[in-house]
Design a protein around this ligand. Structure first.
Ligand SMILES: NC(=O)c1ccc[n+]([C@@H]2O[C@H](COP(=O)([O-])OP(=O)(O)OC[C@H]3O[C@@H](n4cnc5c(N)ncnc54)[C@H](OP(=O)(O)O)[C@@H]3O)[C@@H](O)[C@H]2O)c1
Length: 297
């Protein structure tokens, strides 16, 4: 899949690096071509030529990656040979074992790691407009304050594209009691604002809940449960696409409703991050599903 990433910061590196390692074509775009180029090079250089290890919860599995090579973005060029992406091709198989809570999860199966047997996946760098034109999926990995300008300039170019919104509109909570670290939202429905600015795009809110370091890491199973990615969006095909991209990172996608519910995901993020910054383990406030209700419905 052709994934264009707007922004060349921490989230672009984390998610772009993971998708490139999983065999997708990734292009980085930023205000500064040098910054985009630098990140594209960094992703290419950091990719293990043979395998990328991920914690699958059933012992280390491997997913084949390929020698990185950097190319300039040129939408008029012939597309490179499609990279292996989907479950049956990459070895990521649905797993409905009880260890996975009966839900399908990504499982990375052993592969040869022979980079000569698959097409290399280039990491590209280019200007924002060309990157959007080239991409099938666009990740908005910029500060919320950049969105208005981006949507004004490129909203129409996003027609028909899957747009992943991973942004958070965090501000320090000025009214927090002394000694606590907390945040509030500067606005409470960013994903809906993106959809209003790009009305023919298929916006999916995802990946906003956890730090870039988590997405970039390889730990995927905590206390026996696979790390989940809630997704909110209105277009079923776009939701399937983003769910598959989550699985490519060995994450468990949770479809969590329409885009009107993305505001709850944005609020969840600011609330959980505030707890973590204050030193509280936000995970501890949620029981497992089996204990979530006193009486089963
Ligand atoms: N970092 C995390 O742990 C994390 C976790 C979840 C969600 N998020 C959200 O993800 C988004 C990106 O976060 P990040 O940590 O990756 O930010 P970052 O490291 O600060 O990088 C932001 C990138 O956006 C670019 N940018 C800024 N204004 C722009 C504009 N007007 N047009 C195009 N590009 C522009 C910056 O380029 P310049 O160098 O030119 O400024 C930079 O490359 C934010 O909304 C953040 O809230 C972050």
């Amino acid at each position: 899949m052709r994934i264009g990433i707007i922004g060349a910061g921490a989230m672009a590196a984390a998610l772009g690096g993971g998708w490139a390692a999983a065999g997708h074509e990734v292009a980085i775009a930023a205000r500064s071509t040098d910054a985009a180029q630098a990140l594209a090079e960094r992703i290419s250089e950091s990719r293990d030529p043979a395998v990328r290890r991920l914690d699958t919860g059933r012992g280390a599995g491997t997913v084949a990656t390929h020698e990185g090579r950097l190319t300039q973005l040129d939408p008029s060029s012939e597309p490179v040979e499609p990279a292996p992406q989907r479950a049956d091709e990459t070895g990521v198989q649905p797993d409905t074992s009880s260890a996975a809570g009966g839900r399908p999860v990504a499982r990375i199966t052993e592969q040869s790691g022979d980079s000569g047997s698959v097409a290399p996946t280039p990491v590209r760098a280019g200007p924002i407009g060309l990157t959007i034109e080239w991409a099938e999926v666009v990740l908005m990995a910029v500060p919320v304050g950049a969105l208005a300008e981006l949507l004004r300039a490129h909203g129409t170019a996003l027609d028909g594209k899957v747009v992943i919104d991973c942004t958070n509109a965090f501000l320090p909570d000025e009214s927090a009691p002394d000694g606590t670290t907390a945040f509030v939202l500067s606005e409470d429905a960013v994903a809906e604002r993106i959809a209003a600015g790009a009305p023919k795009a298929h916006v999916v809110k995802a990946f906003n809940l956890l730090a870039a370091e988590v997405w970039a890491g390889t730990d995927r199973v905590f206390d026996g449960a696979r790390l989940a990615v809630p997704l909110c969006g209105d277009d079923p095909a776009a939701m399937r696409t983003v769910a598959a991209l989550a699985e490519d990172l060995a994450l468990q996608p949770f479809p969590a409703g329409g885009l009107h519910r993305a505001k709850y995901l944005e609020a969840t993020s600011v609330f959980a991050v505030g707890l973590w910054f204050a030193g509280a383990d936000a995970r501890a406030m949620l029981p497992p599903l089996s204990a979530a209700f006193a009486v089963e419905d």
